[in-house]
Design a protein around this ligand. Structure first.
Ligand SMILES: Cc1cc2nc3c(=O)[nH]c(=O)nc-3n(C[C@H](O)[C@H](O)[C@H](O)COP(=O)(O)OP(=O)(O)OC[C@H]3O[C@@H](n4cnc5c(N)ncnc54)[C@H](O)[C@@H]3O)c2cc1C
Length: 348
């Protein structure tokens, strides 16, 4: 038996963020991950401090953003792979009323650090921007594929990655610890994203998978080097390639890209650009969302020293590091979680 402090199930952004806590505190652990990926591997990794529909601040952004920046810097240093950079987002304004709303929002003390008050003129003839742009500052773009690859390699080198599907019926949880295969750990943390719907110890009614799809297109004419947001984000990927998305579908649970999403995204694209393009790909994933739009963290009933890190929703890349710290402090120090993120709000 390999004696450990922790078993972590799942290596998306939640698993990575929790591992960073374990490294920082010198804990012995193993991560069990199927390598199939899901939300983190598909996300475009835009970290945007503003809700661009309503021009309001994202929940907890003042805590999440600095924590996310530190977290990514630490991982870059640890892995030696650069995978994130500062990014601005350009919101296409659709009317004089929206221009006014933008200016009013940028005047609010809480939002001023993130919103440039001037309305910016569009200089790109291939973009359709009749009322100008509002510019969002302090954003980040994370290449999640690079991050995941770098982190997996790092764990492999440390001998802390067990690359296989976690089989719940092989977990033996008792007062003497949690044993799984040849590992015996005091604690276990489940961070499987929507994979938790197959976890028999998890009340699956708490988690609502929300499908999101991107279309990738090529357009040598477009010559766009910034991230713009109209009905959807257009995200430059280099080599004349761009992503548009992501959709949010509450009902579709099918494990493949859909024609419906492609049509919806192409319709939006045609409103946003006025040059030719060619669709070259489509991708999808499922966001682990919760009814009240708050994460699901805390103790999992029915097992010994078992915990959940899930429900990261539509902005998990932003919130994961700060939330991981809160979960770690609960487990190791007994620091209570804020009620709004504690899984017990659904179970008690
Ligand atoms: C289309 C799309 C776009 C998005 N865009 C953004 C964005 O721009 N910015 C942002 O902040 N957020 C974005 N999000 C949300 C963000 O991606 C999620 O909140 C976050 O990635 C969730 O991370 P997670 O680690 O909880 O889950 P996941 O990333 O799904 O990771 C779970 C991991 O657990 C593994 N796993 C599951 N079950 C098992 C098992 N039984 N055994 C072994 N391994 C298992 C899976 O294979 C996976 O590797 C987006 C999401 C989607 C779907």
């Amino acid at each position: 038996m390999n004696k450990l402090d922790y078993i972590v199930v799942g290596l998306g952004i939640a698993g990575i963020a929790f591992c960073e806590q374990l490294f920082a505190h010198g804990k012995r652990f193993v991560v069990v991950d199927s390598g199939k990926g899901n939300a983190t591997s598909i996300a475009a990794g835009t970290i945007n401090p503003i809700v661009l529909k309503r021009f309001t601040g994202v929940w907890n952004v003042e805590h999440f953003l600095p924590s996310a920046k530190e977290f990514f810097k630490k991982i870059e240093k640890r892995t030696g792979i650069p995978f994130f950079w500062d990014a601005h987002f350009y919101r296409i304004l659709h009317s004089v009323e929206e221009q006014n709303d933008w200016i009013m929002a940028s005047d609010q003390k809480k939002l001023a650090p993130y919103l440039t008050p001037e309305i910016l003129k569009n200089e790109n003839p291939n973009l359709n921007v009749p009322y100008g742009f509002g510019k969002v500052n302090q954003g980040i773009r994370v290449n999640t594929t690079l991050l995941l690859d770098a982190y997996r390699s790092h764990l492999r080198e440390n001998g802390t990655l067990f690359e296989s599907q976690f089989e719940y019926n092989k977990l033996c949880s008792s007062k003497s610890g949690n044993s799984y295969q040849h590992f015996l750990a005091e604690k276990i943390v489940f961070a499987e994203g929507v994979g938790a719907l197959k976890n028999p110890y998890f009340n699956s009614g708490m988690l609502l998978p929300r499908k999101g799809e991107y279309v990738t297109f090529k357009s040598p004419e477009l010559q766009l080097d910034k991230i713009v947001k109209g009905p959807y984000f257009i995200i430059p990927e280099g080599n004349d390639l761009y992503k548009i998305g992501a959709t949010l579908d509450r009902n579709d649970q099918t494990p493949q890209p859909t024609k419906k999403a492609r049509l919806e995204l192409e319709q939006a694209l045609k409103k946003m650009i006025q040059c030719s393009y060619q669709v070259v790909g489509q991708s999808f994933g499922f966001r682990p969302t919760v009814r009240d739009r708050r994460p699901l963290l805390g103790r999992l009933n029915g097992l010994h020293q078992a915990f959940v890190f899930n429900g990261l929703g539509t902005r998990g890349i932003l919130g994961a590091s700060s939330l991981a710290q809160q979960l770690f402090n609960l487990i190791e120090e007994g620091t209570p979680l804020p009620k709004e993120i504690d899984i017990q709000r659904f179970t008690s």
